[in-house]
Design a protein around this ligand. Sequence first.
Ligand code: ADP
Ligand code: MG
Ligand code: MG
Length: 897
Amino acid sequence: MKFVYDFPEGNKDLRGLLGGKGANLAEMTNLGLPVPPGFTITTEACKVYLDTGKEPAALRDEVSAHLDALESRMGKKLGQPDDPLLVSVRSGAKFSMPGMMDTVLNVGLSDASVAGLAAQAGDERFAWDSYRRLIQMFGATVLGVGAQLFEEALEEAKERKQAATDVDLEAGDLKKLVTRFKQIVSQEAGRDFPQDPREQMDLAICSVFESWNTERAKLYRRQERIPGDLGTAVNICSMVFGNLGPDSGTGVAFTRDPASGHQGVYGDYLQNAQGEDVVAGIRNTVALADLETIDKKSYDQLLQIMETLETHYRDLCDIEFTIERGRLWMLQTRVGKRTAGAAFRIATQLVDQGLIDEAEALQRVNGAQLAQLMFPRFDDDAKRDLLGRGIAASPGAAVGKAVFDSYTAVKWSRSGEQVILIRRETNPDDLNGMIAANGILTSRGGKTSHAAVVARGMGKTCVCGAEELEVDTKSRRMTAPGGVVVEEGDVVSIDGSTGKVYLGEVPVVPSPVVEYFEGRMHAGADDADELVEAVHRIMAYADRRRRLRVRANADNAEDALRARRFGAQGIGLCRTEHMFLGERRTLVEKLVLADTDDERVNALEALMPLQKKDFIELFEAMDGLPVTVRLLDPPLHEFLPDITELSVRVALAEARKDHNENDLRLLQAVHKLHEQNPMLGLRGVRLGLVIPGLFAMQVRAIAEAAAERKNAKGDPRAEIMIPLVGTVQELEIVRDEAELVIAEVEKARGVRLKLALGTMIELPRAALTAGQIAEAAEFFSFGTNDLTQTVWGFSRDDVEASFFTAYLEKGIFGVSPFETIDRDGVGALVKSAVEAGRATRPGLKMGVCGEHGGDPESVHFFHEIGLDYVSCSPFRIPVARLEAGRAAALSSGSDSR
Ligand code: ADP
Ligand code: MG
Ligand code: MG
């Protein structure tokens, strides 16, 4: 196996082998751009090193051969005393991990060659500055010396000299500093700074390999879901020097604005500087546009190169460059990160420029970005008072009074206050408080902390790990870096999309993208902004391509109408349980307490017209589109009074000798219906089979409502769905009964209703016997939430709060299986049920209802296995439409339609 590639041997598609940096250095070299020559050691070599603790046997010789070639090309040897070749040893993995791994500059410089470098450059200061930088970087990264020791020594040197910045230090000062740095190394590292150039290089290479596995790199990978076994490549790149005086410098640039997507000149430049200086904030940088006056020739050349790169990569690129005495060098490029809004705008701009086609534009954005654009946000123009910042853990803009414990959060929110729950970190005991709060702020923990995971699951705004904010829950206050104190009850505003925390109330404005989906803002209108135009166009690309239809989970006309505005093509799940709540609860109590058939029939007949009215409104809102109505699913006791409250009430009444017969009977019923595991108890089809007339009443209400709509010249398309079926026999019994009821209604009303009868597939047994169940079902709807619970043996309410954080931290899964479908387990079961169902009944209509239907990754999976539709909450519909379009564009490849 070949472990080393000269830059011209690679290309941009070899990111896995050469790392992103190496692959793109190769690509730029081959484009004829000015890249300092060098070579790349592959990620394969790194993997061997990490597995065995040693470099692969062949590596040393291979590196020697490539170094020889580099030396003859440059006409000087690594560290050659009179004219040293210097190199940088740079990490670079397949996926960018900014600042996570090590890079060492000026490798090859030593006591012997520093004078040679000074003579060649005609600049002694420069040589000593380069040498002190080498010892500093090498000491900290390769030899593990505390970086702050070097920084302190540098500060002392500046103070002694009364120098404002590092450039005010002269050759003599830097020479002394080198001596000091070498002392620090000897004291701290237990060895002297290595004077042999090749030893420096080899040690730096191993250190880059090892930097793959530093704690912060591991943490970063877990958060960004980068696999842990990829390893990093190492780039050996001959040095160019931006620290050779005012005609030299270093900078970073973007080919367009990563915030807005606009084309233009974006970036920063710093004269007389090397490497990270420009981003480290040691001196003030100038805007890239100012380079035009500093060095017009290099500036013009840079702009031209930026255009070449954009056209070549067909995307926004970011760039690192250095100017050495008026000569421009390219040190890095990659497709650059951007905000969600910029992603949409850039994609459509590139289509307009003819650089990409519509299908590719769809791959340049994603549903998570669209979801981000749909959250309300703080008014950009409003005044605000920044307290500090943490990790943007769950997007949104939330305002409320600061509370420091969950009890207060619940109490205050019950009395109508908006609150922000502030904790050091949260744990399962905080769940109630988190539910009650508008937003959650913690000072500890990262993107997978309890607060972050639970908040995202609830769709609640969260900023976590705001370490600069000192949270004191005992005395109920938080202290910001400037000394500002937030007491309980003070208003704060938190931005879950940026991680920023503000004092006081920052006004919130609705997202223009939501205004657009709601139909309150039109693309093409005068006040529509560019972002809305871009979203409008991308959605059209997606809708043109997608094969999956998108339906909504909606239980009432209001949600159904919104869903329609958002592009829903029907309702995939109408839960009927809300129709049993509120004032209707007493009717349910009567049903449960019924002793005789008459009492039961009376109770059901009282419920029927109410249900019917709900359905009429719903069918009207969704006229012409399918509406899947699920018969009652939850256990009956959910509609009865709380067992403790009721017990107390009865006990108190008894004490007062005030006998309430009804309460007593109710209490008995509550006891009887009480279950250890309601999720696996008397619910779904099981209820329908043991409570005579319950399902028949619901079916009658649906049929009557449909008949009424028909008679009103509407186009109702109801589908009746039986939940929690485990075996075809259950379905057959309910079905037979339902068909009788429907036939009766049809006869009485004189209409043909064509109501489809189908089932949810949400138990493993149903999935395993899907072939049989399809005999009796006209459609399947996969209830992937319950299926996930039953396949994993997880009770969602219990596991998410108690141990999911630990599972995520241990990497047992990268994302909760309730958020993204578990392809290998639950997904495989769904896939086999799809196949079995269609084998029995070709053309069987199949969809998925449940939150997975609005999750980007899951949508792709459902597309792949050939479902007909996904159904999700109204707010997620645009995301599902977009992802369905992206999935279709991916599987059909790029085209130029
Ligand atoms: P990172 O992965 O953190 O971006 P890099 O490997 O890009 O690290 O290097 C860190 C800094 O050093 C960057 O500013 C880069 O431009 C600069 N640099 C790297 N190699 C060279 C070189 N051969 N000559 C001059 N500057 C270099
Ligand atoms: Mg870099
Ligand atoms: Mg279910």
